[in-house]
Design a protein around this ligand. Structure first.
Ligand SMILES: [Zn+2]
Ligand SMILES: [Zn+2]
Length: 422
């Protein structure tokens, strides 16, 4: 019997796992510099958390969730995104009693039953931040800056920040816009795709996300209502402040009235960072403000803002951009042993070197010198340390630099100091 991966999943093997470590460490570093603390929430939650949180009509909830009954008959779902679980934990643990804004970040796997394609997996990792307890537009600008800082630290170039405000649920704000949009789209419904005809009744905002060419041509008609023109005074002022702060921070952004994002919970600011050099699939990262979600999930009314970035997509984007990753997998030292006494000595020496942080692999099998040197080469070891009977008698080891081929004898007692310096 031979077992294979489940469709849409992947193994992260040596060679690639180092890149993952690099990305997650960079994210942890940048997030913590911006004042975020890590939160770890369970991979599964009760299903209702997501249906309420993400929205009953969203694609994720209607088509893409891994939902099952546990042995007690409770409906459980593998988390499809990181925000709902973080909000649940924020409420359940009374994190609102901490000084605001409460800044949390998460790194971990999410699950979506969608058609696998380049950089998109059914199990995929997300690295995101959520800041709770402040409605200040300064926080929106700071969250966008956090995202851009991470991408720039990782070497991404050609980045563009797309910005929009989708207002609030006050009747003179988003609902007024949705009515205007609906009227406009209804008069052109024969040009809309079948999915959008359904959305027109259920969730007209989602139509702006449609990728079908004829739908897109409707969005580009000059008369289409644009959300920023329908914002209530409070949302309008908030949006203007966000833009003012971004200008102050010299962040290039472009207003994109078609940007609505795939979740129901967003209010006011939504943003997406794209990279011009990536072609059609140019979205790298997205987020926004969600002032209604904490209350929707049973907490006190609490403004919040955040973003999330998919690790696999990010890695693929960075590789397309030609970003070089540090290659940390190769050992510093490979210890070649000749004879039983040498193995005993090598065990002790390897322990000392590792204690000094020197990445060490030793030969445990009794193989010829030539075979062992071949292994050192295959592992891309920087140096080989050769210990045989003659060396043991002299109390030395031969150190060979694998790149240059030069050799020198070093006293066994001085190995650690010698290697720490080179
Ligand atoms: Zn509003
Ligand atoms: Zn459509």
């Amino acid at each position: 019997m031979k077992y294979n991966l489940v469709r849409g999943t992947k193994d992260v093997l040596p060679g690639e796992s180092g890149k993952w470590q690099y990305l997650t460490q960079k994210a942890s570093y940048v997030y913590s510099v911006f004042g975020y603390c890590e939160i770890k929430t369970p991979i599964f939650e009760v299903t209702e958390l997501f249906t309420r949180g993400i929205g009953e009509t969203s694609d994720i909830v209607t088509k893409e969730m891994y939902t099952f009954l546990d042995k007690k008959g409770r409906s459980i779902t593998l988390r499809p995104e990181g925000t709902a679980g973080t909000v649940r934990a924020y409420i359940e643990n009374n994190l609102n009693t901490l000084p605001a804004p409460v800044k949390l970040y998460y790194i971990g796997p999410m699950f979506r039953y969608e058609r696998p394609q380049a950089g998109r997996y059914r199990e995929h990792w997300q690295m995101g931040v959520e800041a709770f307890g402040s409605d200040s537009p300064a926080l929106d600008a700071e969250v966008i800056t956090t995202a851009l800082t991470l991408l720039k630290e990782l070497g991404a170039t050609g980045l563009k920040t797309n910005l929009n405000s989708i207002g609030c649920i006050s009747p003179d704000c988003r609902p007024r816009y949705v009515t205007a949009l609906k009227d406009f789209l209804k008069s052109r419904s024969e040009k809309l795709c079948d999915t959008c005809k359904v959305r027109l009744e259920k969730n007209p905002l989602r139509i702006l996300d449609c990728k079908v060419e004829t739908c897109r041509s409707v969005f580009n008609e000059p008369g289409i209502p644009k959300m920023p023109e329908y914002l209530c005074p409070s949302c309008g002022a908030h949006f203007n402040k966000v833009k003012e702060y971004l200008k102050l921070l010299k962040t290039d952004y472009s207003e994109n009235y078609k940007l609505v994002r795939g979740f129901d919970y967003y209010t006011k600011t939504v943003f997406e960072i794209t990279c011009d050099k990536l072609g059609a699939q140019n979205g790298v990262l997205g987020g926004g403000r969600y002032n209604g979600l904490v209350e929707e999930l049973g907490g006190q009314p609490t403004p919040a803002v955040g973003f999330s970035v998919g690790l696999e997509r990010l890695l693929m984007s960075l590789e397309t951009l030609g970003v070089k990753f540090p290659d940390d997998d190769a050992p510093d030292v490979y210890i070649v042993t000749l004879g039983g006494e040498a193995i005993k000595k090598a065990l002790v020496v390897a322990g000392e070197l590792r204690g000094a942080g020197i990445k060490t692999i030793m030969a445990c099998e009794d193989k010829s010198m030539k075979a062992q040197m071949k292994l050192a080469d295959a592992l891309k070891a920087k140096k080989a340390i050769i210990i045989g009977d003659n060396e043991l008698k002299e109390g030395v080891a031969v150190i060979k630099d694998m790149a240059s081929g030069t050799q020198q004898k070093v006293a066994l007692t001085e190995l650690k100091g010698f290697l720490s310096k080179t």
